[in-house]
Design a protein around this ligand. Structure first.
Ligand code: NBP
Length: 476
C-alpha cells in the first residue's frame, strides 16, 4: 500500500504532525536522516494510525501515491535546501514538496522558482502552534501555486485547528507568501509577549503586587477582550512555584530573553518595506537589551532619579489602566503587522487577504485570541481598510483607552520602570493622528545641508532655498 503523504524530519514538530496526519486517517510515510527518530516514533506512537517506515530517501519517495506529497520538517536553512535537492532528484513533474519549517520567505521564493523550473510544485507552509499545536491542530499558512493547494489543502485542513467549524488553514498566495505571513505572525507574537511583560512589570514594580496576585489579574483579563492563549499561559507561568526554592518560578528564571530569529527577520523586512512596525521592533530590541548582561550589570548602580514617583493610590483603578494600555498597544502592534503584510503582498504581488489570515489565526497558533474575530469582522466589513487601527471597533477601543494609556506611561516613567512597547505604541498613535509632524523641519534640514528640496503646502512643485546665498527660494 502507498502513503497519501510523507513526512521527513521527525524531531518534535515533524513527529507530531505525522501523528496528527495518521490520527486523521491518512497513511503517512515516515523518514528521517538518522533512522533512530523514525523507529522511536513507531515504537512509541505506532498505534496512532497507519505509518510506513522507510530508511532511505529513495524508499521514502517510492512509498508515496502520485502525485507525491512530501512534508519537510527539518531545521530551516541549509538543511532544508539539502533535503529539497535530494527529494527533487527522485521526484517527478507534478509532485509536491511542502516545506513546513520556519524558512525565511526569500529562501522560499528562490526554492519555489527552482522547483517550478523542474516541474515540481513547491509549497512554503508556515506552521504555528509549537509542539502541542502540531499534534492537536496547528494554524497552517501554505503558499505556493494555487493548483497545489487543491491537492494538499484538504490534507492540511484536516489536521489544522478548527474554530466554529472553520479550518485554521487557507491558501495564502504564491511562493513566499505563506512563510512571510508566518514570519510577521511570529513578530506579532514577540510584540504580544513584550506587552504582557510590561504589564506584569508595572504590577510588580509600580504597584508592588505579589506574583500570585498578578497571576489572578491575568486570569481575570482572560475572561474579557484580552482572552487569548498568551494571556492564559501567562497566568499559568506566574502561578508556577519552583520546587527547589519555594519561590515563584519567574523569580528563579534568568531575565535574559532568547530569540531564534523570526522577530529580527520581521523587523528587517519592515525596514526594507518602509513600514513602521515599531511594536515588533521594540520587542526585538527589548529582548536584545535583556541579554546585554554585561552592560546591565555595570549600569545597575546608576542613579534612578525616581524621587518624585508615587505609587498610584487606587490599585484596582491602575490595574484597569494597565489593562487598557495593554489592549490599545496590542491593537497598534496588530495594525502595524497587518500593514507590513499588506506592503509585502503589494511588493511581491501576492494578493494576501488579511481577513482570511485573521480567520486562520483564531485557533492553533500562539497568537490565537478572541480579538482575531474582531479583526476578521473589520476586514469583512471593509476589505480595503487603510489600517486596522482605523476600523470603527478598534478606533473606539483605542479612543476609550487613551487616557489610561497616558496615565500608565506617565506613572511608569516617573517610577523608572521601562515600558518601551507601551510608550512607543502610544507615540505611534499620536504621530498617526497628528495634524502636523516635525517632518517639515526634517525636510528643511535636509534641504539646508544636502539640497534635497521640499514640497510646499500651498503650491505644486519641488523647491530649494539658497541657504548659502541670499536665502531666496528657487523651484528645483
Ligand atoms: P529542528 O529544527 O531541531 O530540526 C531537527 C530535524 O532536522 C531532525 O529531524 C534532523 O535530523 C533534521 N536535519 C538537520 Br538538523 N540537518 C539535516 C540535514 N542536513 N539533512 C536532513 N535532515 C536534517 O526540529 P523541530 O524543532 O522539530 O522543527 C522543525 C522545523 O519546524 C524547523 O524548521 C522549525 O523552525 C520549525 N518550527 C518549529 C516550531 C517549534 O515550536 N519547535 C514551531 C514551528 C515551526 P536528525 O534527526 O538526523 O538529526
Amino acid at each position: 500500500h502507498l502513503a497519501q503523504i510523507g513526512v521527513t524530519g521527525l524531531a518534535v514538530m515533524g513527529s507530531n504532525i505525522a501523528r496528527n496526519l495518521a490520527r486523521h486517517g491518512h497513511t503517512v510515510a515516515l523518514h528521517n536522516r538518522s533512522i533512530g527518530k523514525t523507529d522511536a516514533l513507531i515504537a512509541e506512537h505506532g498505534g496512532d494510525g497507519d505509518f510506513i517506515r522507510t530508511e532511505t530517501t529513495a524508499e521514502f519517495v517510492a512509498a508515496l501515491e502520485r502525485p507525491r506529497r512530501v512534508l519537510i520538517m527539518v531545521k530551516a536553512g541549509d538543511a532544508t535546501d539539502a533535503v529539497i535537492n535530494e527529494l527533487a532528484d527522485l521526484m517527478e513533474p507534478g509532485d509536491i514538496i511542502i516545506d513546513g519549517g520556519n524558512s525565511l520567505y526569500t529562501d522560499t521564493i528562490r526554492r519555489e522558482a527552482a522547483m517550478a523550473a523542474r516541474g515540481l510544485n513547491f509549497v512554503g507552509a508556515g506552521i504555528s502552534g509549537g509542539e502541542e499545536g502540531a499534534l492537536n491542530g496547528p494554524s497552517i499558512m501554505p503558499g505556493g501555486p494555487a493548483e497545489s493547494y487543491e491537492s494538499v489543502g484538504p490534507l492540511l485542513e484536516s489536521i489544522s485547528a478548527h474554530v466554529d467549524g472553520i479550518p485554521c488553514c487557507t491558501h495564502i498566495g504564491p511562493d513566499g507568501s505563506g512563510h512571510f505571513v508566518k514570519m510577521v505572525h511570529n513578530g506579532i507574537e514577540y510584540a504580544d509577549m513584550q506587552l504582557i511583560g510590561e504589564a506584569y512589570d508595572l504590577m510588580r514594580n509600580v504597584l508592588g503586587m505579589e506574583v500570585t496576585e498578578i497571576a489572578d489579574v491575568f486570569r481575570d483579563w482572560n475572561t474579557g477582550v484580552l482572552d487569548s492563549y498568551l494571556i492564559e499561559i501567562t497566568a499559568e507561568v506566574l502561578s508556577q512555584v519552583d520546587a527547589e526554592t519555594g519561590k515563584p518560578l519567574v523569580d528563579v528564571i534568568v531575565d535574559a530573553a532568547g530569540q531564534k530569529g523570526t522577530g529580527r527577520w520581521t523587523v528587517k523586512s519592515a525596514l526594507d518595506l518602509g513600514i513602521p512596525t515599531t511594536g515588533i521592533a521594540e520587542a526585538v530590541f527589548a529582548r536584545a537589551l535583556s541579554s546585554s548582561t554585561e552592560q546591565r550589570k555595570n549600569a545597575q548602580g546608576l542613579v534612578a532619579g525616581t524621587a518624585g514617583a508615587q505609587t498610584p493610590e487606587d490599585k484596582a483603578a491602575f490595574v484597569e489602566d494597565i489593562r487598557k494600555a495593554l489592549y490599545a498597544s496590542k491593537v497598534v502592534a496588530y495594525s502595524q503587522g497587518f500593514d507590513q503584510i499588506k506592503a509585502g503582498s503589494e511588493e511581491y504581488g501576492w494578493n494576501v487577504q488579511p481577513g482570511k489570515l485573521a480567520t486562520i489565526w483564531r485557533g492553533g497558533c500562539i497568537i490565537r485570541a478572541k480579538f482575531l474575530d474582531r479583526i476578521r469582522e473589520a476586514y469583512d466589513e471593509n476589505p480595503e481598510l487603510p489600517a486596522l487601527l482605523l476600523a470603527p471597533y478598534f478606533r473606539d477601543a483605542v479612543e476609550t483607552s487613551v487616557e489610561s494609556w497616558r496615565r500608565v506611561i506617565i506613572t511608569a516613567t516617573a517610577a523608572g520602570v521601562p515600558v518601551p512597547s507601551f510608550a512607543s505604541s502610544l507615540s505611534y498613535y499620536d504621530a498617526l493622528r497628528a495634524e502636523r509632524l516635525p517632518a517639515a523641519l526634517t525636510q528643511g534640514l535636509r534641504d539646508y545641508f544636502g539640497a534635497h528640496t521640499y514640497l510646499r503646502v500651498d503650491k505644486p512643485g519641488s523647491f530649494h532655498t539658497l541657504w548659502g546665498g541670499d536665502r531666496s527660494e528657487v523651484e528645483a
